[in-house]
Design a protein around this ligand. Sequence first.
Ligand code: NAD
Length: 357
Amino acid sequence: MINKENKTIFDKLLIHDHEELIFCNDKKLGLKAIIGIHDTTLGPSMGGTRMWNYATENDALKDAINLSRAMSYKSSLAGLNAGGGKAILIGDINLKSKKYIERYAGFINDLGGKYWTAQDVNMTTQDILWIKNVCPYVIGLPKEYGGLGDSAIATAYGIYVGMKAAIYQITGNNSLENKKVCVQGVGKVGGKVVDYLIKEGAKVYATDINNKNLDNIDEKNVQIIEKDNIFDVHYDIFSPCALGGVISMDNLKKLNCKIIAGAANNQLEDDINVPNELLKKDILYLPDFLINAGGIISCYHEQINQIDLQKVMQMTETIYDKAIDVFKYANENKITTHSAAMKIAVERIERNKKKSN
Ligand code: NAD
């Protein structure tokens, strides 16, 4: 398969030294899957399965490659003994059936634990349970099936402690009381972030395109704003908890805030221009893969068989110190926080690679 830039698959794998790509096919079931394993130096690769009706196979390949690599960095930075993986099911969600999912689970099983899957976009708890019928390499299970339940609990806590670290960095005090915080997207994670903020006395603004989710918000303590008006207000913290790509060069012309700290994966439109612009504008950016690691911390504890939410929350709390370390590294090396977080993640992997050689 040759992609648009005329790079072969091996060219693509060499860029960030991916270990494996596994292509899975079942003609009768219409099953086409790609499992990306970026790096297993720190431990077995972990990351969710995503199903998407991609315009081209190259788009799917790109996701398998980029998302598995991002998982390596997230786990490394969080201090987990886990590597990075991600699986992509290509096609319309109507293709899914018990047979289809169980066949897919067979492919994961063949890897013998080198890749552990969890729920991601367009995958349901039922799908995860069907996978579990066939193979043990599944994490992010409901409590009644021996898992730790909703990983958004830990993810939201990580976002909250990340915000506190950032406000400390700027003011020397980590209280969020009276700080103006806008949460974009009040779903499973954003809704819980709002609860933490209200409890601490922050001035909370929230927006969502789904009114049902806004109905769950305590309107006495939260100012609801239209999604198109979010840039009209000055915030201490802007918290993207909806979509990726929201921090773009265009939006940065309008966004008026001191800190960006949210859960959405891949918040930055690109890896170079946007972080540089944030630095220029003196906006303190908390890399998403640093502060949204609560979910993978929770899944990891299932993988090592420690079904203990308290331990998960304790480890998630260390995101505060890790954020302070990233700010320090960025300042000392005069680089963006995004680059600093990447470098710290890669350095840990490289140190361990050397040890095992
Ligand atoms: P969710 O689907 O429960 O919530 C997302 C919310 O964003 C929904 O309420 C949706 O209506 C809203 N939304 C979508 N587009 C919007 C827009 N343009 N403006 C305002 N609101 C909009 O998802 P979640 O589990 O809360 O995850 C939120 C983000 O965090 C996602 O990007 C996800 O990938 C990332 N994340 C989640 C976890 C986790 O543990 N759930 C872990 C790591 C990262």
